[in-house]
Design a binder for this molecule. Structure first.
Ligand code: 3AM
Length: 204
């Protein structure tokens, strides 16, 4: 199975993104749009792996991810890849603090994979949620139109409480994703219950 590590956009928000991109859909000829339930940010792509390898990766990464505190992420900026002959339109991560928390999560995962001898990308991490892809590059005017169509979109934010190890199968109607393992981030800090107060009338 083809495996990757993803941060999915929660369904309640992917609908909001779907509405925002509805106008843009008409502007980009020849684009394949990502289904709302598939909108995600890729943290690492593993490629073809066996069931045993999946289990080993889940064992390796579960404690790594569990040590990372939950954080807020915001998806808002519109961009295209690659710069010269754009074929992918995406939403990027919002402000520096949020991008920093995501970078830290990515760095922890990357270190753990490298210690295990897993190949990792030499390129800098460029977190993004792909909205659409096209086989032939778009013209600059197409890119400008989509930027304008998506301009009113103010972004969505949510608290990241886990990431998914996902298997991707290609079907005729596009990729089908299945979460094979859920990797939760660190939970809320447990607050010790206050000792029972015998004198309720005492001042705070
Ligand atoms: O989230 P995005 O669209 O950036 O492009 C694929 C997608 O990323 C990427 O893995 C995600 C889920 O399919 N992907 C597919 N093949 C890849 C490869 N050979 C790849 N990333 C790196 N190398």
């Amino acid at each position: 199975m083809r495996l990757f590590l993803a941060l999915f956009v929660p369904l309640r928000l992917s609908g909001e993104i779907g509405q925002a991109v509805e106008a843009a859909r008409r502007q980009l000829p020849g684009a394949r749009w990502v289904a709302r339930e598939n909108l995600h940010l890729t943290l690492h792509f593993f490629g073809e792996r066996s069931g045993d390898q999946l289990a080993a990766l889940a064992r390796l990464l579960t404690p790594v991810v569990a040590a990372v505190p939950r954080f807020q992420v915001r998806i808002e900026r519109v961009g295209t890849f690659p710069e010269r002959r754009p074929r992918v339109v995406w939403l990027g991560v919002g402000d520096a603090a949020e991008a920093g928390a995501l970078d830290a999560l990515h760095a922890r995962i990357r270190e753990a994979l490298e210690r295990r001898g897993e190949p990792t990308e030499a390129r800098r991490f460029h977190p993004h949620v792909t909205l659409a892809r096209c086989k032939a590059p778009w013209r600059a005017s197409d890119v400008q139109r989509i930027g304008e169509a998506l301009h009113p979109f103010e972004g969505v934010s949510w608290e990241v409480d886990g990431i998914d190890l996902v298997a991707s199968r290609l079907s005729r109607s596009g990729p089908v994703y299945e979460t094979m393992a859920r990797l939760p981030l660190a939970g809320e800090r447990v607050v010790e219950p206050a000792a029972p107060d015998s004198d309720v009338s005492s001042p705070p």
